[in-house]
Write a protein of this length. Structure first.
Length: 692
């Protein structure tokens, strides 16, 4: 594969709902450009971009892959992303390096949630094309799809195509911009004269496009209102300016399995999508990794080298492969670079283009292009690689916060370390999950985006690393406190030949709502010598780690040492620590102990139509809705609910909203557990301890 000048490169991310045809499109593109001679099928597991074992087994993409395509003296880097909402992190990383997006739609399903999400993720004026795929399926209503697109996404929608038929009769369309027809002749798509009988439909499409062009420029708007027709040059330039600015979104149609619309798509990308030097004005803004001062690099081969790593792939034979976009300069074999995020040196043993899993050798990857290298030691997804003498660090793509919590433990004892090391490697590929250890509950927790991501991760643990695991519900980090006041004596006296042990304390326990633990002393007359008072405090600090109800940590309690006694010979720090322990247990039991549970603050983002379902569900979770406000496409519901009721909310919310809703959650405070629930929790913890 030859190197292309930057003006001949287009970086395009493929987005859309699962099964809309993104991966099939990459196959059709390779077939149309004669890279391959057969049409691989997702169902058969023989596509170029879905090469991972899990992708082949499940029949859908779970990771980003790059498919470079050469056609008409241009190079396209098509970045195929997962359609499943659990893998949003990969979508965001791919969007970070793309100059434009193709959003795929299944014509038989219309505007699905995956397309809506793709639109939102690229909303910041990113150039977009909507490709309506599967036009050859039965019962297709093209006009209704266009109407739905306009209703959801507004007047930016600009249909470029008029299908000559739909359903099983679909063989092609009329390009209302170039005024040519395209038809599948049984072998390939060819140009045909514009068929008769479509004048009204073409005129309607042209009117929509003309209005869109008029809105792209004030002079054109004035000409439009004066009733003057645009020249072909004005029309074409107006369309391009509108698409590059994100104000016009072309809609084309076709069938990737028949190869209909493939060449039209590539032509539209060439003609209307920005070249890399137009994205962000051709400037890449970062910071100096040491000083934090702003650094700007032109997207040019003449600038010092810098690149952004947007995907990491673990290959069983090659090892770790880092996919990057060169933002300035060139990446070359044997080049030594700096990882600006890790302040570590790296070396490119080789650089190559990656098409699926196929490595295509090259001498250099220039600014604006996407390439890959293998076996970098310290580099992860989101890192910046740069010239060691001219360092720069670029902002990483956002990583969605995982909210689905599952406990994870190995089936075989002793495999805990294997889980950690395997998960570290999987996190190289997908940084959007976490593995955390809860020291209170002694559980290891897998925190993911959703059930599908968790299922994929656990499957990879077994097939790739030989670790079988068991998933379960997480335990809640309960706390204990007191509601009453008690003054008690703790006395430790032991005599067994030789030196004895003696410690005696009188301690008052009471609630303290603004601090977790307060220790005070009001000793008069030296009833407890000063040298033993720190031992009393230390004993209490140890004791509050385990309460009397369920052995949970104790909070919001004040302990005041009032009195006591000692023995000249037998008293010691240890004796007073034990006495404090005894006083604590007795005081807790007498001061009305209660169980506390974490209360989560939740922000839920949903379309307004789901408001009733969400509020009803929150009530069933012992939650409270605190307020609502409009935020962009969504209604934001502010609520709070016990953590015990929220572990599966990531999955439940998707089910309730057809994956249109999402949420953020964090611990806000602790509250008393209702008595009828507290009894069950305490009993469950007791039984678990007995089994252990």
């Amino acid at each position: 594969m030859k190197n292309y000048s930057v003006d001949k490169i287009r970086n395009v991310v493929l987005l859309g709902h699962g099964s809309s045809g993104k991966t099939s499109l990459t196959v059709a593109l390779l077939l149309a450009t004669k890279v391959t001679s057969r049409l691989g099928r997702v169902e058969d597991g023989n596509t170029v971009s879905d090469f991972d074992k899990e992708e082949i087994a499940r029949g859908f993409s779970i990771g980003t892959s790059v498919v470079p395509v050469e056609w008409n003296s241009h190079k396209f880097n098509f970045i195929d992303t997962p359609g499943y909402v659990d893998f949003e992190g990969d979508m965001l990383s791919a969007i970070r390096v793309a100059g434009g997006a193709v959003i795929m739609l299944d014509a038989s399903s219309g505007v699905e949630v995956g397309a809506e999400k793709a639109w939102r993720l690229t909303e910041a004026k990113m150039p977009k094309i909507i490709f309506i795929n599967k036009m050859d399926k039965e019962n297709i209503n093209y006009e209704q799809i266009i109407a739905d697109l306009k209703e959801k996404f507004g007047k930016r929608i600009a249909p470029f195509c008029v299908p000559t038929a739909t359903g099983v009769e679909f063989k092609g369309f009329i390009n209302a911009v170039d005024m040519v027809g395209r038809e599948f002749n049984g072998k390939e798509c060819v140009d045909i004269p514009v068929p008769k009988g479509f004048d009204d439909q073409i005129a309607a499409m042209r009117e929509i496009l003309t209005e869109a062009v008029a809105e792209s420029d004030e002079a054109l708007m004035e000409k439009f209102f004066e009733g003057e027709e645009f020249t072909e040059k004005e029309f074409s330039e107006g369309l391009r300016n509108g698409v590059v600015a994100g104000d016009i979104v072309p809609v084309i149609c076709g069938s990737v399995t028949q190869g209909i619309g493939i060449h039209t798509l590539m032509n539209v990308i060439i003609k209307y999508f920005p070249v890399p030097t137009e994205v962000g004005g051709g400037l890449n803004k970062g910071v100096h990794p040491d000083t934090g001062e702003e650094v700007t690099r032109k997207l040019s081969v003449d600038e010092p080298f810098s690149a952004y790593v947007f995907k990491t792939i673990s290959d069983a034979f090659v090892g770790k492969i880092s996919l990057f976009k060169v933002l300035s300069g060139s990446a070359k074999k044997d080049m030594e670079v700096l990882n600006a995020n890790k302040d570590a040196k790296e070396k490119f043993a080789s650089v190559f283009y990656l098409r699926g899993k196929e490595q295509i050798a090259t001498d250099a990857v220039i600014a604006g292009d996407i390439g890959a290298t293998a076996k970098l030691q310290n580099t992860e997804t989101g890192d910046t690689l740069c010239d060691r003498d001219k360092p720069v660090k670029y902002k990483s793509a956002p990583v969605p916060k995982p909210e689905l919590y599952m406990s994870i433990e190995p089936k075989a004892k002793g495999d805990e370390e294997k889980i950690s090391s395997a998960m570290a490697k999987l996190k190289d590929e997908d940084p959007s999950f976490n593995l955390v250890r809860n020291r209170e509950t002694k559980q290891t927790l897998l925190v993911g985006q959703g059930s599908m991501q968790v299922a994929v991760l656990t499957s990879k643990l077994k097939t790739n690393f030989g670790v079988d695991v068991v998933l379960g519900a997480p335990k809640v980090s309960y706390r204990e406190t007191i509601k009453g006041t008690a003054t008690v004596q703790g006395k430790h006296k032991k005599q067994s030949g030789g030196a004895g042990q003696y410690g005696d304390v009188h301690i008052k326990f009471e609630p303290c709502y603004d601090k977790e633990f307060v220790f005070a002393e009001e000793i008069f007359g030296g009833s407890v010598p000063k040298q033993y008072i720190p031992a009393v405090e230390k004993g209490l600090l140890e004791a509050i780690e385990s309460g009397v109800l369920a052995g949970c940590p104790v909070v919001n309690i004040k302990a005041t040492l009032l009195d006591g006694s000692y023995h000249d010979v037998d008293s010691s720090e240890m004796a007073f620590k034990i006495a404090a322990h005894l006083a604590f247990k007795k005081g807790m039991e007498e001061a009305k102990p209660v169980l506390l549970e974490p209360i989560m603050k939740i922000e839920i983002f949903i379309p307004e139509s789901y408001m009733g379902d969400i509020m009803g569900d929150m009530n069933r979770r012992r939650g409270r809705v605190l307020g609502m406000e409009s935020e962009g496409y969504f209604q934001k519901v502010i609520a709070e609910a016990p953590q015990a009721e929220m572990f599966s909310y990531a999955t439940d919310l998707r089910s309730m909203t057809q994956a249109r809703g999402f949420f953020r959650m964090e611990v806000d405070r602790y509250e008393e557990v209702p008595p009828h629930i507290s009894e069950k929790v305490v009993e469950a913890i007791r039984l678990e301890k007995e089994k252990a």
